[in-house]
Design a protein around this ligand. Structure first.
Ligand SMILES: [Zn+2]
Length: 350
């Protein structure tokens, strides 16, 4: 078989292949195979060396003719499939109804974001300012100045992520209390809330996560009392769970507050009647709070080098709540892990 005969076979195959290519993808595959820069035609051009000298002009002409022929056939086929397609729209008409069976998908904010916003709105109305602090902290802000003794078990590696000597991922937003009071540009009275992410090396299960969110509150003024604390939290809880939700304090202990209390609210699921969510008690636990320990004010004064937070003049309350827990109570969510799984069915439900 001569080279020219082989070329004729190639031409016939290419023509048949083009006829079979029905759509733009098929056409593109054909183009790459035959007339593309690494295609068969290019490979054939390189065989010029095998051609006897006297046949070179004829072979060259034949190659060029074949290239023109295939290119023209390809362009024609391409125009054919383009004509068969509806012309591309010049612009997108947002008012045009969707085809039957399709609907617009609406996005919404994550339930944790919405719970945080609800907290923020209620407390802002009471004059609280929203502040933030760093997530990487030192031991002084996470422990020492919060009156947590050097031998306190929460300093253990099991309860705090240490990332270097004297550098850790904050295990509570209480650090922001210290950060705010340390600022020399501020003097009491202080009214701040600090929502943010905290970290603890907990084993992840339905009620524990190694990364979660807290909201910290701090109010420092003259003559602040437990009654102010309870009134503030009452409003916060009603904002979250609706009017008529009751709160109660149980005595507790935290190093940075004295006296300290755990706060419960009447079970949002049964309005205090008793159900399986509240284990029949009618109350559910929300978080900790108390009056700022004078030792915290003294630590802040030491850091500032003044007596701006004289414990004889100023008093204050502080509270800290897990936002996940509040959100779970609010929406009847039983598993913390759902917040992190990006399951659209969950996100649409809450
Ligand atoms: Zn209940």
């Amino acid at each position: 078989m001569s080279l020219l005969d082989e070329l004729e076979t190639l031409r016939a195959e290419a023509a048949a292949g083009l006829k079979a290519a029905a759509d733009p993808a098929g056409l593109e595959a054909w183009r790459i195979k035959y007339i593309g820069t690494k295609g068969l035609l290019k490979a054939w051009m390189k065989r010029m060396g095998e051609v006897p000298k006297e046949d070179k002009p004829a072979f060259g002409q034949r190659m060029n003719a074949l290239k023109d022929e295939l290119t023209a056939a390809f362009e024609q086929a391409q125009a054919g499939t383009a004509a068969a397609r509806p012309a591309a729209k010049a612009s997108f008409d947002v008012t045009e109804p969707l085809p039957a069976g399709q609907r617009h998908e609406f996005g919404r904010r994550h339930p944790l974001t919405r719970t945080t916003e609800q907290l923020r709105d209620t407390l802002r109305a009471l004059g609280f300012e929203v502040v933030e602090g760093p997530e990487v902290e030192d031991e002084r802000h996470n422990f020492d100045d919060l009156n947590i003794p050097a031998d306190h078990p929460s300093r253990d590696n099991w309860d705090t992520f240490f990332i270097a000597k004297d550098a850790l991922l904050r295990s509570q937003t209480s650090t922001v209390q210290i950060r705010v009071m340390e600022q020399r540009s501020r003097t009491p009275p202080i009214r701040v809330i600090a929502p943010g992410r905290v970290y603890r090396p907990d084993t992840i299960d339905a009620t524990h996560a190694s990364t979660f969110h807290q909201v910290e509150g701090l109010y420092v003024d003259r003559n602040v009392s437990m009654a102010d604390l309870k009134g503030t939290l009452q409003l916060m809880v009603e904002g979250l769970f609706g009017e008529g939700t009751r709160v109660r304090f149980r005595p507790s202990f935290f190093p940075f507050t004295e006296p300290s209390a755990e706060m419960d609210c009447s079970c949002p699921a049964c309005a205090g009647e008793g159900c399986n969510v509240c284990k029949g008690i009618g109350w559910v636990e929300l978080g900790g709070c108390g009056m700022v320990d004078p030792a915290v004010f003294e630590a802040v004064n030491r850091a500032r080098g003044d007596n701006a937070y004289d414990p004889e003049v100023w008093s204050g309350f502080a509270f800290g709540f897990g936002i996940e827990r509040l959100c779970m109570r609010r929406h009847g969510i039983s598993d913390l892990r759902l917040f992190l799984e990006n399951d659209l069915r969950f996100l649409r439900q809450t």
